[in-house]
Ligand binder design. Structure first.
Ligand SMILES: C[S@@+](CC[C@H](N)C(=O)[O-])C[C@H]1O[C@@H](n2cnc3c(N)ncnc32)[C@H](O)[C@@H]1O
Length: 213
């Protein structure tokens, strides 16, 4: 644990190959979170972009919005950076960081969407406290979303889907819009789950104007 009430929602770091380290050194100055976007556009924050396939695919299909992808694992950061270079995408920035820290540092009502696709499932009961979808996370996400902005969660663990639903249902500033996946492509982690017989559950909630809706 890092400090105070900060719970680590991710697993231990993985090794970085020379190629990934090289890609990061070369491409962060172009696509890193510190590089401003060259326009003012609605901003999507993705927490846990993994190896970045879905991130790049969705950004390419949605050029009117900018995306900040946050991932704690260095190999994933390197992989996404290379995808951005290959596809010459200009609407994505990448941060190697804890997405909760990034969300905390984001201004109130500044986000158009918060995405969390297949967060680490932490299936064992003693690890459930590490799951990202807590009431505190919902509070934070709701505050950072603009009115009408969306929180999109996807998981293929039924108990996690139930947890996410109960957290959203209990939140006075969030209302479930749909459980359709919409334009979300099949992610790498989702593909592994499908092969193992799991099925995805999506939950898209909208940020309400007031507690009364
Ligand atoms: C199961 S993987 C899913 C990756 C990808 N979204 C997909 O569907 O293929 C979960 C990812 O979330 C990342 N992660 C977990 N907690 C995080 C956090 N607090 N901030 C940023 N990334 C996080 C993990 O490192 C991991 O890459």
């Amino acid at each position: 644990m890092r400090d105070g009430d900060a719970i680590r929602t991710y697993k231990a770091r993985r090794r970085v190959t020379t190629g990934q380290a090289e890609a990061i050194a070369r491409l962060l100055p172009r696509f890193g979170a510190g590089v401003p976007f060259d326009r003012a556009a609605p901003l999507v924050l993705e927490i846990g972009s993994g190896m970045g396939e879905a991130t790049a695919e969705m950004a390419a299909a949605d050029p009117a919005r900018d995306v900040l992808a946050v991932e704690v694992h260095t190999p994933g950061v390197g992989a996404l950076l290379r995808r951005l270079e290959d596809a010459a995408l200009t609407n994505v920035r990448v941060a190697e960081a804890d997405g909760l820290d990034v969300l905390r540092a984001t201004a109130t009502a500044s986000l158009d969407e918060v995405r969390v696709f297949f967060p680490d499932p932490w299936p064992k009961a003693r690890h459930h406290k590490r799951r990202l979808a807590t009431p505190a996370f919902a509070d934070l996400a709701a505050d950072r979303l603009r009115v009408g902005g969306r929180l999109h969660l996807a998981t293929d663990w039924t108990s996690y889907a139930e947890l996410a639903r109960s957290v959203v249902d209990a939140h006075p500033l969030l209302a479930v819009l749909t459980t359709d996946r919409g334009a979300r492509p099949v992610t790498r982690f989702e593909r592994q789950g499908l092969a193992a017989g799991r099925r995805p559950h999506d939950l898209v909630a909208v940020r309400l104007r007031t507690a009364a809706g």
